[in-house]
Design a protein around this ligand. Structure first.
Ligand SMILES: Nc1ncnc2c1ncn2[C@@H]1O[C@H](COP(=O)(O)OP(=O)(O)OP(=O)(O)O)[C@@H](O)[C@H]1O
Length: 251
């Protein structure tokens, strides 16, 4: 059995009477894209937040890179190599592409600079930032204002910010949201290449992208995982068809 880089063990989280996570266990193995799908309100974002560290589970554990990180802060998990891109962009729109990468690297690494302009002169940080921009093919746009980037390029920039910490795994919450067909196709190709570097736990509503990309899929319904399997296994699973995909979609 391949060792998992990330493992969630029996996570429970309630909001009042609502069980948003109802005993969720899953893992992420090296080299894979594991997609988490499910209807609106199923509890996908709630789970991602608990893995990233922003929300505390009522019970259950999160293991990352061989350690129990359940009590660790978001920043500590990020420093340990848990990269994350958000559903809502965390980029500073008035900053340049390069400034956003440096800002992200400073913030997540816990480095302390009195002024941001000092960080922009730090050769090691700049080197890391340029390397990350190369990786997502954005170096040519380093000095362009982030607000001028297309939605797809902003997504790539978020990945570059995460890459500055040499992540061992990625959590991605709806990276395809708001993209046109061409943008999601480009991003699909990009994620396919990225997963060999760091596996990806992917929350995504775009089923074409999920079916094209995922090595495994877990289906979350009302806070419970009802099935985990390959694309073919999930497409043909009768319980999944009934609860989520619908007969025609799955045909
Ligand atoms: N902070 C909160 N307080 C109360 N209820 C919450 C909170 N966060 C989420 N919920 C509820 O928990 C359930 C799961 O929400 P969550 O956002 O995780 O679902 P989701 O699967 O990510 O949905 P979507 O696909 O629409 O993004 C929903 O019923 C939501 O209303």
């Amino acid at each position: 059995m391949t060792d998992s880089i990330l493992r969630v063990d029996d996570i429970c989280k309630s909001f009042g009477a609502l069980k948003a996570s109802d005993g969720i266990s899953l893992d992420l193995k090296p080299g894979e894209i594991h997609a988490l799908i499910g209807p609106n309100g199923a509890g996908k974002s709630t789970l991602i937040k608990q893995i990233a560290g922003g929300l505390k589970p009522d019970s259950g554990k999160v293991y990352f890179d061989g350690r129990d990180v359940s009590q660790h802060s978001t920043a500590r998990r990020a420093r340990a190599g848990l990269g994350r891109t958000f559903q809502i962009s965390a980029l500073a729109m008035d900053f340049t592409v390069l400034e956003n990468v440096v800002l992200g690297a400073v913030g997540q690494s816990g480095s302390v600079f009195r002024f941001f302009r000092d960080a922009m002169k730090d050769t090691r940080l700049l080197e890391r930032a340029y390397k990350a921009l190369d990786r997502v093919e954005l170096r040519d746009l380093a000095h362009v204002r982030t607000s001028e980037l297309s939605h797809g390029r902003r997504r790539q920039l978020e990945v570059a910010v995460a890459l500055t910490l040499s992540p061992k795994a990625f959590l991605m919450d709806e990276p395809m949201a708001g993209m046109g067909a061409e943008g999601s196709q480009a991003l699909t190709g990009f994620l396919e290449a990225l997963k060999t570097e760091a596996p990806i736990l992917l929350v995504e509503h775009d089923m074409d992208a999920v079916f094209a990309l995922a090595d495994r899929i877990s289906v979350l319904v009302y806070g419970k995982i009802i099935a985990t399997g390959t694309v073919d296994e999930i497409r043909t699973n009768p319980e999944v068809k009934l609860a989520y995909l619908g007969e025609e979609d799955a045909a």
